[in-house]
Design a protein around this ligand. Sequence first.
Ligand code: GSY
Length: 175
Amino acid sequence: MKNNAFLSLGSNMGIREEFLKHAISRLHQSPNIEVTALSSIYETDPVGYTDQGLFLNMVVRISTTLSPLELLKLCLDVEKEMGRIREFKWGPRVIDLDILLYNKENIEMEALHIPHPRMRERAFVLVPLLEIDRSLVLPNSDTPLVEVLDEIPDKEGVRLWKQINGEDAFALFES
Ligand code: GSY
């Protein structure tokens, strides 16, 4: 069975755009994943630990036969392959891959929480996510995510960096 999931990507070290592209190519190369939509790339002020470089963030939608835990393992493998180096938990990273949504499921496991627990507070996640699908509503919620984003104060920290649209988008990441 095919499942729809949304993943958030972020990088704030080195050749940030290349790291995003590489991670998406890597997902796309998996026989179990089809990348079905890409947001634009946004440059964003760091949230949480603020004494670090600006991030590039984006969101992709995928269609996958992987279970949520298998998808998590793949994301962690890609992060590891790309040599994610972090001096401490909230510090700079080559690539960060988070599962935001998996179908309309609520998943509470020790290793995995879906929807992503902090996505409602993060404009750097919601802006690119809603660019792909403005009609999204979180499972077990009646509030459209566009309204959740309206209530977030730090939206000016999320600036369009590279517009991605149409079929060009896939050419960018297919290598
Ligand atoms: O959770 C993802 C890593 N991260 C980010 C990020 O991707 N973008 C921004 N703007 N701030 C962040 N803080 C953390 S931690």
